[in-house]
Structure formats: C-alpha cells, structure tokens
Design a protein around this ligand. Structure first.
Ligand code: AMP
Ligand code: FE
Ligand code: FE
Ligand code: ZN
Length: 274
C-alpha cells in the first residue's frame, strides 16, 4: 500500500491513458494517487472518481504547472484542488495556449539552428496531448538527429539549450495563487532537478512560501538517499509539508507507480486530507 502524488498520462507526456494508469495503480495497490499532468486537468474528464474510490483507490485531483523563478524553469504541483474553480481554469487555459505558441517557437529555433524539424509532424505526434518538449524529442529521434530522447534533451531541449523556451509561463506567484484559490496545496516538484545550490534552493522555497506555497517533494522518482535526507531536513527547517511521487511517465522508465515513500520524520502533505 503506497501513496503516489505525481504521475503523468497521455493528457500530457505520459504514455498510459488515464484509465490504464488508474488500472496500473490499482494493481500496484496504491491507496492514494494524484495524476499531475503538465498544465492540464484533462485526465480527470475521462475518469469516474467515485467508482475508482469504491475500488479502493483515493484519487486526489492534481496538476503540475510549468513556471519560472528568476532564470530557472521550475514545476509546481497543485494537489487536492477543485478542478472547476474559475481562476484555476483560466490559468490552465492560458498555459494551454502558451504551450501551442511555445511549440512553434521551439520548432522555429531548432529550424534556425539548421535542424530539418516540422511543426505539423510534432503536432501529429502529440495528438490530443498537451504538446511539450518530449514530443519534439521523439521527432528528433525519428529524424535521426539524435539516437534517443535523452540525447535530444542533452543537446537541444534541456535547460539552457536552444529549444528550452520558458519565458512563456506565468510567474511563480501567479501559478501558486491559482492553486490556492482552487483550495489546493502548492508543492514544489522535484527540488533536486533544478541543480540549485542549497542556498539558492532555500531562497526559492522562501519566495515560494511567501507566495503561498506549502509543500515540497522530499522524494521524487529515483533519488539518491542522501538527497532525500537533505531535502527532508530543508523541509522540516522551513516548516513545509512533505510530498512524494514517482513522476511516472511510462512503464520501464524511471520509477514505477507507487514505488515511493516518505521518511518518517516528515509531516506528510496528505495528513490534513484524512
Ligand atoms: P515540457 O513540459 O515541454 O517543458 O517538457 C518537460 C518534460 O520533459 C519533463 O516533464 C520530462 O518528462 C521531460 N524531460 C525533461 N528533461 C528530460 C531529459 N533530460 N530527458 C528526458 N526527458 C526529459
Ligand atoms: Fe513530463
Ligand atoms: Fe516535472
Ligand atoms: Zn512530472
């Protein structure tokens, strides 16, 4: 029995449909799950939360917003929120629009860098999903520009590379305000991903708290136990709630759904939900 508050479906860049993801969570005996697609709540349209609850899985409504802090692109989870709140919905709509224009900008930049990329083909790869860099990465692989998606991020799409377009996202304060307005808890996703020094991470979390942020992921995907200890300590020192998530995108890659647990000395974000 486990709790997993971060994973993705075909509504963003995951490979399982919302139904298949829930089925996998039930098989893995996950007892509480938040689906947190990038800048969209679309997965929840396809799911009957009450029916899932009856099967023994508590489904927490969630989202993973793209945003920025200073010059760093960061991700903020909104957990346990009201998906119908008008302010949240307006924010989600603006980010969905931003994804569309951003994709065109990414393709334009890669094209100017001499790559034979095609916007329509990437839109086709994304299909009904919110388009993002992973769909561009798949296109770069099929073109033979890179050998795999990881290399696509390393060379063209990752932080600071030509295809990393992050100015389009609303700022941290605004994104947190949408989550708070919708009654949710804002949680800083995968704090170790941003490659910030401890001092800078504490500055980020301090700004995040001022904006209304209340939690941080102490455990995210495959993470070094020493990193978990450091994050747990920062979490306690700043009086934040702790969350854990696999950041599951597809079977066989990264952490399996539900394969995460919090250290005992953390205050879990879900303790107020019971
Ligand atoms: P986007 O939402 O378009 O900004 O794309 C971000 C997503 O790209 C992340 O959620 C990951 O799923 C994926 N991603 C980011 N960095 C890498 C990487 N180095 N290798 C593979 N996938 C990555
Ligand atoms: Fe992703
Ligand atoms: Fe993320
Ligand atoms: Zn994620």
């Amino acid at each position: 029995m486990s709790i997993d508050l971060h994973c993705h479906t075909t509504a963003s860049d995951g490979v399982l449909s919302p139904e298949d993801l829930v089925a996998r969570a039930l098989t893995a005996e996950v007892k509480m799950l938040a689906i947190t697609d990038h800048d969209t709540l679309d997965a929840y349209d396809a799911l009957n939360t009450q029916l899932i609850q009856q099967q023994g899985l508590s489904l927490i409504v969630g989202i993973e917003f793209s945003t920025r802090w200073r010059h760093t692109g960061i991700h903020v989870l909104g957990l346990n929120l009201d998906p119908n709140h008008p302010q949240l919905q307006a924010g989600v709509s603006s980010h969905k629009q931003a994804r569309i224009t951003r994709l065109a900008t990414i393709i334009d930049r890669l094209s100017k860098a001499g790559l034979p990329v095609d916007l329509q083909r990437v839109q086709q790869i994304a299909g009904d999903s919110q388009p993002g860099r992973p769909h561009v990465a798949r296109h770069l692989v099929e073109l033979g520009v890179v050998s795999d998606e990881h290399a696509a991020f390393d060379r063209y799409l990752g932080a600071g590379k030509v295809g990393d377009v992050k100015q389009v996202w609303c700022g941290l304060e605004e994104v947190v305000s949408w989550i708070s307005a919708a009654g949710g808890v804002a949680v800083l996703a995968h704090p170790a991903h941003y490659k910030l020094t401890r001092t800078k991470l504490i500055e980020l979390l301090t700004d995040f708290k001022v904006a209304g942020g209340r939690g941080m992921e102490v455990v995210s995907g495959h993470q070094d136990p020493e990193v978990t200890r450091q994050l747990a300590r920062i979490c306690r020192e700043l009086g934040l709630l702790a969350s854990c998530g696999s950041d599951f995108h597809r079977p066989g890659l990264s952490r399996e759904l539900g394969g995460v647990a919090l250290p005992a000395d953390c205050e879990p974000v879900w303790s107020a939900w019971r």
